[in-house]
Design a protein around this ligand. Structure first.
Ligand SMILES: *Cc1c(COP(=O)(O)O)cnc(C)c1O
Length: 388
């Protein structure tokens, strides 16, 4: 009897359902911003990474339209093969200037920036030491590289030090990888300590500034600036898709690092260049980040307000606009997210296997109005018995 090689898919989906791990996509309507239309109803948006409210900003929209008119919709091929636009280099120079690095390289997404960079920098003779809570793209980049991978405890400097003493000498190169703002927790990596260890043990250090760019630091350059580590030698990854309101990723660092990646990063070489619209929108966003610090001030004011008002709940420690309320189970998290939606608030339940414990994730924006924040506080505190 011929067997069907695809029946396992249904079985697998059934067990995903049974564990309450099943995910589905919600459709939203209207211009993206601090409110969106979800299931036909206007809700306050706490589910977006658009921290500065730039994804719906008229200036980014106009920049994308103008670039599309001038250059067309697509970049038509790999930049090495088909050529790139002046815009691509302008964006890379703007990123390097924001980050105060020698150069930068733009990828089609932050995920691809991590895959391409990590797999170009280390191989089978090498070691990667990564924070246990690192983003999926850092973990999969490590796997793709073929290097030996050892995780250290989350932000656990003593554990990392022990592992460096134990393993570093057995490998050629060593790369330490970490999120700078942890995307599902909102806390920060101990960057100065990581830099000292990297120097002491002759390791490269890669920090993923995806949630920090535009948000952390006086000029929005990220956690490297926030921790006063600007100019130190390290590898910075980031995305154009969060506070920059566009799409794409980047690596920033020394001129030789970037030159090397242009020659060795497969996820940059063998993929089509960023579209003119995405490139122009990101370039405009960097200009706004530099010239409108009041957006960041507004954002931090909103974060402080919520942290104070919600201090009675089981909040995970956070030093960023990502605020998480810890919950006992995936069922509770799903139930709570549904209750919020009924009350007109969009905030996702984050569950295993993405994170070790279920939680409600609230992402604060500069463009949230006082009444948006008050509503969230009221609804959360009303049913707080469920949350503790
Ligand atoms: C979102 C995110 C990425 C991926 O960036 P994209 O541009 O969306 O692919 C990478 N790393 C971290 C830490 C992230 O939060």
């Amino acid at each position: 009897m011929p067997s069907n090689p695809y029946v396992w898919l249904e079985k697998s989906l059934t067990s995903i359902h049974r564990a309450n791990w099943y995910r589905s996509v919600k459709t939203i309507d209207g211009l993206t911003g601090s409110t969106v239309v979800l299931d036909g109803r206007k809700v306050i948006n706490f589910a977006s990474n658009d921290y500065l409210g730039l994804a719906g900003d008229e200036r980014l929209i106009q920049a994308a339209i103008a670039a599309t008119r001038e250059y067309g919709t697509g970049s038509t091929g790999s930049r090495l093969l088909s050529g790139h636009r002046q815009l691509h280099r302008q964006l890379e120079q703007a990123i390097a200037s924001l980050k105060q690095t020698e150069d930068a390289l733009v990828f089609s997404s932050g995920y691809l920036a991590n895959l391409g960079t990590i797999s170009a920098l280390v191989g089978q003779k090498d070691l990667i030491l990564g924070d246990r809570y690192n983003h999926s793209s850092l973990k999969n980049g490590a796997k793709l590289s073929g290097a030996t991978i050892i995780d250290y405890g989350h932000n656990d400097i003593p554990d990392l030090t022990t592992k460096l003493h134990q393993y570093r000498s057995q490998y050629r190169r060593c790369l330490i990888t970490t999120d700078s703002v942890f995307s599902m927790d909102g806390d920060l990596c101990p960057l100065p300590e990581l830099l000292s260890l990297a120097e002491e043990f002759n390791c490269m250090l890669l920090v993923d500034e995806a949630h920090a760019t535009g948000v952390m630091g006086a000029t929005g350059a990220g956690c490297v600036e926030y921790f006063d580590c600007t100019g130190r030698e390290l590898i910075q990854i980031g995305t154009l898709s969060k506070a920059l309101g566009s799409l794409g990723g980047y690596v920033a660092g020394s001129a030789s690092l970037i030159d090397f990646l242009r020659n060795r990063a497969a996820t940059w070489i063998y993929t089509t260049g960023l579209s003119p619209a995405d490139t122009a929108a990101a370039l405009k966003a960097i200009e706004i980040i530099k010239t409108e610090p009041q957006r960041r001030e507004k954002l931090w004011g909103n974060v402080k307000y919520l942290q104070q008002e919600l201090s009675g709940l089981n909040l995970l420690p956070s030093q960023s606009p990502i605020l998480c309320i810890n919950l006992s189970s995936p069922e509770t998290a799903l139930k709570k997210a549904k209750q919020l939606q009924t009350a007109g608030i969009f905030a996702p339940a984050i569950r295993p296997p993405t994170v070790p414990t279920s939680r409600l994730r609230i992402s604060v924006m500069a463009t949230h109005q006082p009444e948006h924040l008050q509503k969230l506080v009221t609804v959360l505190l009303e049913n707080s018995a469920l949350l503790i």
